[in-house]
Ligand binder design. Structure first.
Ligand SMILES: Cc1cc2nc3c(=O)[nH]c(=O)nc-3n(C[C@H](O)[C@H](O)[C@H](O)COP(=O)(O)OP(=O)(O)OC[C@H]3O[C@@H](n4cnc5c(N)ncnc54)[C@H](O)[C@@H]3O)c2cc1C
Length: 606
């Protein structure tokens, strides 16, 4: 059962191509495009969270690991753990957008449940869905998708975090060739305390790359596996996180995942999906924080008026709502591109398994960008949530304190945000070198444009988003100008210039996010009318305004650090030209429009 797509009609960009191509509003999937089936799924997940998880939020702060396990089991009974597992293995076999929607709405109440859900249904199950043999899938997926068993993912070691391929855990084949014996230590393993299965990565002999294994775990019959104590953590207090020790753990050879030495690839591909899903998992958390913040602001009276009436508070509410709206726009846009790519590959004759693997890999750049952007938006949102609550924000008796602590981990796991930023740019450069995305052609054109006479062709600025779209096209030129000349200058050495990569990644992020919001709003204006999208128009414009500022700052940092003399002067001039508004938006007025709606509805209404 997959969702309806217009795959054949749409101009489906390749991963990363957004930076050199313009997308049309009608080619963008938006949350307003959810099918009836998807809306039902959203309602049923929300009802589950509101009934089972949200009312027990306080218990989640008390390190109640059993509670997480109990609710995970209930989620399994409802079918939520198996949304992306094919029907023949007792899953719901839903498309990528629906699985994104489930992870979004199931994750908003507490980071503890969100982490358990992600570690189980994402990285704990996916390696089997994506790389398992028929026998492995038949044996394990039904148990995992119904919640009879829980999964975990054991990649990180004390000495191998971001450098995940450097793990020391060993897998040694037995003399009779029937099993591997795994010995080593894993760290920070989510769900370790209650899982029945671990996806374990270990090295065979002196292989360059690690190998993946499916390892069963039964505490009654531990097979050399022992667990450390629960880690004492800043947040996600009821998510089980432990060290796992393997001492001569025997794993049948048929439990190897894919081939010997393929583990790093498996680990990375599972993380690609994990990253976009993590962006999804941050969305409803933001919506719930905004709901809480505006309700408090409407009730809290100071200086004889509700604090919601103060411009200082309105500005925060407007920014918080904008970041949630933009995050939704970009996350679902990318999710649908992935789903369409998977469908296209299947139509071309690939198995679902191969199609899903390649479909997600295609958009690995977007997955990394989204992970970074939405996790940081959530962090900012919870921080402002605390500020709106004032002293109560600092109290563990109110909702913001735990939301803020829970949000913090999203910037660290599934690859730290530094690693994901650098990966995104690195992958784009690699795609350009392979000829999958033509960066060179457009970058050369930008170079010519910079030395030529500026065009005086101007769009009709009275048309909605004409100015914003012109700016977006120009911001892409900024990226090409900065990244293009950095690639030319440093070539293969670019990797060593991390600060430049980080700055380039920020430019990419801002463009993808701003463009996604503008296209979503444009699409909705066309079908629902401009009046119904007043606030969405304001959010799209407000986001772009701030994106331009960030891009100016990040690009300038790059230019002044690696370009000199005439080249520097020319690029700074280009930066000025490409980031110039013809008609500056009134940002205070935009924020007012957005805040008024949020305050009137007393929730996140978009
Ligand atoms: C609560 C929690 C749950 C987790 N769950 C799991 C799980 O279920 N399974 C699992 O396998 N792992 C899990 N992890 C591990 C997590 O993925 C790692 O913590 C993360 O990848 C970072 O690794 P590290 O902690 O070793 O940090 P390090 O790699 O030591 O990084 C420290 C700092 O250095 C930076 N850094 C590192 N390398 C570079 C570089 N090349 N260039 C620039 N900067 C760099 C990082 O960005 C970071 O800021 C979990 C972690 C936590 C805290």
């Amino acid at each position: 059962m997959s969702t309806q797509t217009d795959t054949n009609k749409k101009d489906l960009l390749r991963g990363g191509q957004f930076i050199v191509r313009e997308s049309k509003a009608e080619d963008i999937f938006t949350p307003e495009d959810f099918t009836d089936e998807q809306k039902m799924m959203k309602d049923s997940v929300t009802e589950f969270v509101d009934r089972e998880i949200w009312p027990r939020k306080e218990e989640f702060e008390k390190k109640n690991y059993q509670l997480t396990e109990e609710l995970m089991r209930k989620a399994g009974e409802m079918g939520f753990l198996g949304v992306s597992v094919p029907e023949e293995y007792e899953g719901l076999g839903m498309g990528f957008v629906t699985t994104m929607l489930v992870v979004d709405y199931i994750s908003g109440a507490t980071g503890s449940f969100s982490t358990a859900f992600g570690a189980h249904s994402g990285i704990g199950t996916l390696p089997i869905t994506l790389y398992g043999t028929e026998e492995q899938k038949k044996k394990y997926l039904p148990k995992l998708s119904t919640g009879e068993w829980f999964g975990s993912y054991a990649l990180t070691e004390p000495g191998a975090g971001s450098d995940a391929n450097s793990g020391k855990t060993k897998a040694v084949i037995s003399e009779d060739g029937k099993y591997y014996s795994i010995t080593g230590q894993k760290m920070w393993i989510s769900n370790a305390g209650f899982c029945n299965l671990m996806i374990v990565f270990a090295r065979i002999e002196d292989d360059k790359n690690i190998t993946g294994f499916i390892v069963e775990y039964d505490s009654e019959n531990p097979n050399g596996i022992s667990l450390g104590e629960e880690e004492k953590k800043l947040g996600i207090h009821s998510s089980s996180t432990r060290q796992v020790f393997f001492n001569d753990t025997k794993v049948p050879v048929e439990n190897m995942l894919s081939e010997r030495g393929n583990g790093f690839k498996i680990a990375m591909n599972a993380l690609n999906v994990g990253r976009i899903k993590l962006a999804g998992a941050c969305l409803d958390a933001q919506r719930r924080v905004i709901d809480g913040a505006v309700k408090y602001a409407n009730e809290r009276v100071q200086f004889k008026t509700a604090i919601a009436n103060f411009g200082a508070i309105q500005s925060k509410l407007a920014e918080m709502a904008t970041s949630a709206y933009v995050g939704e726009s970009a996350s679902y846009r990318a999710a649908k591109d992935i789903e369409d790519r998977i469908n296209l590959r299947q139509e071309a004759g690939e198995s679902h398994q191969d199609a899903e693997l390649k479909g997600v890999e295609e958009y690995a750049i977007e997955c990394s960008l989204l992970k970074v952007a939405v996790s940081e938006d959530l962090q900012n949102c919870t921080d402002e949530g605390i500020q709106i609550f004032g002293g109560m924000g600092f109290s563990a008796d109110a909702m913001m304190e735990s939301a803020w602590r829970d949000a913090r981990i999203t910037r660290i796991y599934e690859g730290t945000n530094e690693i994901n930023r650098m990966l995104a740019v690195g992958m784009l450069v690699k795609k350009a070198m392979k000829g999958h995305v033509d960066l060179l052609g457009p970058a050369t054109k930008v170079g010519e444009e910079l030395t030529g006479i500026p065009s005086f062709d101007k769009p009709d600025y009275s048309i909605l988003f004409a100015e914003e779209k012109e700016l977006l096209a120009n911001l892409k030129k900024v990226f090409l100008m900065v990244a293009g000349s950095a690639v030319q200058k440093f070539g293969a050495e670019l990797e060593a210039h991390q600060q430049l990569l980080l700055a380039s990644a920020d430019i990419l992020i801002e463009i993808y996010m701003a463009e996604s919001a503008i296209l979503r709003t444009e699409k909705n204006v066309k079908r629902f009318g401009e009046d119904s999208q007043k606030e969405q128009i304001a959010m799209s414009k407000l986001y772009l305004y701030k994106a331009v500022d960030i891009i100016v700052q990040r690009a300038k940092e790059g230019i002044v650090s690696f370009a000199e003399g005439d080249e520097q002067r020319m690029m700074l001039m280009g930066l000025k030209r490409y980031t110039k508004y013809q008609n500056q938006p009134n940002v205070v007025a935009l924020r007012k429009v957005i805040a008024e709606k949020v305050i009137a509805e007393n929730n996140y209404p978009f």
